[in-house]
Ligand binder design. Sequence first.
Ligand SMILES: Cc1cc2nc3c(=O)[nH]c(=O)nc-3n(C[C@H](O)[C@H](O)[C@H](O)COP(=O)(O)OP(=O)(O)OC[C@H]3O[C@@H](n4cnc5c(N)ncnc54)[C@H](O)[C@@H]3O)c2cc1C
Length: 394
Amino acid sequence: MKEIKSNINIIGGGLIGAVTAYSLSKLGNKVVLLEQKPKFDHRKISDKRTTAISEGTKKFLEEINIWNEIGKHAEPIKKIQIIDRNQSNKIHFDNKRRDSNLGYIVKNEFILDTIYRKLQKQKNVKILNNVSIKDISYEGNRVILRQNNYLVDANILLASDGKNSPIRKIFKTPTYSKDYKKKAIVVNFYHSKNHQNTAYEFFFKNGPLAILPMNKHKNKFQSSIVWTNTNKFIDSLLSLKDDKIISILNQKIQGSIGDIEEIITKQTFPLKAHLNSKFFEKRVIYLGDSAHSFHPIAGQGWNLGMQDVESLYNLVKKYNSLGLELGDEIFCKEFHNKNFFKAYRLYQITDKVDTIFKVDNIIFNYVRFSGINLIEKSKKLKNQISDFAMGVNL
Ligand SMILES: Cc1cc2nc3c(=O)[nH]c(=O)nc-3n(C[C@H](O)[C@H](O)[C@H](O)COP(=O)(O)OP(=O)(O)OC[C@H]3O[C@@H](n4cnc5c(N)ncnc54)[C@H](O)[C@@H]3O)c2cc1C
């Protein structure tokens, strides 16, 4: 059995685990990243989604020198339009006040490709692939992982193993969870009119439909739709030929970016949300989707996970500078206290927004209509909402 000693072990090399490994290695820590999938190869990536990156996340990516690469693939969002059922009831957002963008749309494959290229140059990072962790033990102040002829031990274990976290199952950490019994279909496509860097979110009875502006590809306008609907509807939509899907989508997007001309990719995702009752176990910290997952209505899941990563980065920096050992109970509790409430709040907000737009009766429709009008006319309310979307003051 090959023994590897490190300061920090990370299980799960997705969007959160990979950035965590890179950021903590930049602080001089010896990091081992264990991922169940084979060695990362951007040509084989199956996730064709885009991520709406907030201004707050961008700032942290700048601090750790990743943004200059990711930014090359990012399309800025300069305006957002929220549309309730039809074009007559709208809220417009822009960010002239702060003279910055409202966010950035980047394909997940570019984010991962950038981070993995950078990770491979870090001498203090070891990546172990095809390793699926099923067992954890302790020896004194060390956490031990034994798998595939490896014995990997460290002072702290970071679980970034996604929303179905096997690590959470090992510890039986309790969670609050909700199955929306819905799916999101993500469609990337070419269209006829310039999107003018505007993101749209249409709220329909069965769920929201977002249009996210992407950069031009092969000199054609490109965007991505994330549409939430009942499982039955999404399954039947997926069974149709592309020209039929295009005509349904064209009806829904009401000419906002011209006509959809060609579908590039389409994928579906089940909609479930959860929140761990605590973000740590003994010498183990949950990060990103292993700690929390949300309805994608506000495009904030990864952004909130990145706040976990930033807060961990600052905590490790403090402990390193004081010469303290990582991972003791005080360390883990401090991490929990800094991050749990933010996740709890986002869990509640995304859930309530989904409900508000879903209900369809005369009284509720009137209240919603009046609420939207009120927000559209109030600069203060609009500024607060756009700050929230940008990850500022969260
Ligand atoms: C339709 C949709 C749209 C979204 N859009 C946005 C958006 O616009 N903006 C935003 O901020 N967020 C968005 N999100 C949320 C975002 O995608 C997630 O929050 C993010 O991908 C979570 O990353 P993660 O690394 O925590 O988890 P994952 O990406 O799930 O990574 C977990 C990793 O752990 C590995 N793993 C699992 N078990 C083991 C094991 N036992 N041993 C070793 N490795 C293991 C897996 O192979 C995987 O690589 C969206 C989500 C959905 C569903």
